[in-house]
Design a protein around this ligand. Structure first.
Ligand code: 6PG
Length: 262
């Protein structure tokens, strides 16, 4: 019996894909993203994707740029979160994604929507990004846009995007994008992040998780042993969309161990 939504409707069962290593994870993720892009373009005439930051997704983005069969003219690229640093700062998620994908594949600049991190406070920049989502997706204020795909990583502490354990942002439901003070993991800079409403409205959510440092948090979340407050990844429960956990064996190691006990 799968989990239910608060209105009692049945959530789709999440899909688990365990890859041999980060290399296989990157190639499997790239082909899944390309497949979802083609389906979205065929069905709705466009593909809208929120990229995640950190280091895990870089290899996936490089593979997409190197040869994914995506109709780049119909794909639009957003960000799930950003560090409050200039776009050319080594810690910038935009810089990483631009070097690996956005500045490499034939993507027009007006198809890329970076989170602003200059000309204002983190809260002002978050509100500006919320307005740009509202305008692109033609939603009303505070109404979560429906993206075709939200990519997520997960920190060792179970955070997703920049939704950190015990942070006030975890319970915000009346804003699509908020600012957040640094979490406990580096880099210790303010963040801007989409909220759970946007993540859980997506048609597809794809986690990319690799490394044994993620094993404890992943096992806690997968076996529903931790609250959303302790492991924010537990809050990723798409209302009607499809959730896929794409992980490598190292990240899944405690899950397999736990399964052997059951
Ligand atoms: C960020 C990311 C963040 C990331 C996790 C996992 O701004 O750092 O958006 O949410 O996905 O921290 O990062 P790694 O994949 O590098 O471990």
């Amino acid at each position: 019996m799968g989990p239910n939504n608060s209105d009692g409707s049945a959530m789709q069962e999440p899909e688990l894909v365990v890859c041999r290593d980060p290399d296989e994870l990157a190639s499997q993720a790239a082909s899944r993203i390309a497949q979802l892009a083609s389906q979205s373009v065929a069905t709705r005439g466009r593909f809208t994707c929120a990229l995640t930051g950190g280091s895990t997704p870089r290899a996936t983005y490089q593979r997409l740029a190197a040869g994914a069969k995506i109709d780049w003219t119909r794909a639009f690229w957003f960000f799930g979160d950003e560090r409050f640093v200039p776009p050319d700062d080594a810690r910038s998620n935009y810089k990483m994604a631009n070097e690996a994908l956005l500045g490499v594949a034939p993507i027009r600049a007006d198809h890329v929507f970076p989170i602003p991190t200059t000309d204002g406070t983190p809260a002002e920049c978050a509100a500006r990004y919320a307005r740009s989502l509202q305008s692109f997706f033609e939603t009303s204020e505070g109404q979560p846009p429906v993206l075709d795909l939200v990519l997520l990583g997960m920190g060792d502490d179970g955070h997703v995007a920049s939704l950190f354990p015990h942070a006030p942002s975890l319970s915000i439901t009346d804003a699509t994008v908020v600012s957040s003070p640094p979490g406990t993991l580096p880099p210790p800079v303010d963040r801007i992040t989409i909220t759970f409403g946007v993540i859980n409205a997506a048609r597809q959510v794809l986690f990319l998780i690799a490394g044994d440092n993620k094993a404890r948090a992943l096992s806690d979340v997968w076996r529903r042993r931790a609250s959303l407050d302790e492991r924010p990844a537990a809050g990723v429960r798409p209302t009607s969309g499809h959730l896929t956990w794409m992980v490598d064996r190292a990240a899944a190691s405690l899950m397999e161990a736990d399964n052997s006990k059951s």
